[in-house]
Ligand binder design. Structure first.
Ligand code: HEM
Length: 92
């Protein structure tokens, strides 16, 4: 009773029982039951806005970074609940 439960969404999003090639970034993935915006009654109310923002951001990035390559140098965030890079370098 009264215990706290913390869901590690980043880990759930790489569940090999749910996703084929869970560690591959595949933006064309058809079956994509990820939990990034949670689920149920607390599902993120801003998810559509977030998706639009990402679409615009990628459009702008692609315009400016056409032909660019990611450098192997990158720094990962030290955060158990949100996996991601803190910085990465892009070379043209
Ligand atoms: C990539 C961007 C975003 C991600 C990954 C994200 C993720 C999440 C997650 C996981 C939850 C559930 C939290 C929980 O169950 O305790 C949530 C809830 C929520 N998010 Fe987002 N969110 C994003 C963007 C936004 C934006 C742009 C807005 C508003 C402009 C927003 C507003 C909210 C609100 C109000 C809730 C609470 C919903 C509720 O409890 O009924 N989010 N979000």
């Amino acid at each position: 009773m009264g215990s706290k439960v913390s869901a590690i969404l980043g880990s759930a999003n790489r569940d090999p029982e749910v996703f084929e090639n869970p560690n591959t970034l595949d933006i064309t993935r058809k079956e994509n039951k990820h939990l990034s915006f949670s689920k149920g009654i607390h599902f993120c109310i801003g998810s559509q806005l977030a998706r639009m923002e990402v679409e615009i951001a990628f459009d702008v990035l692609m315009d400016h970074l056409s032909g660019a390559k990611l450098s192997a140098e990158r720094e990962w965030r030290n955060n158990a609940s949100m996996h991601g890079m803190k910085t990465f370098l892009v070379r043209k």
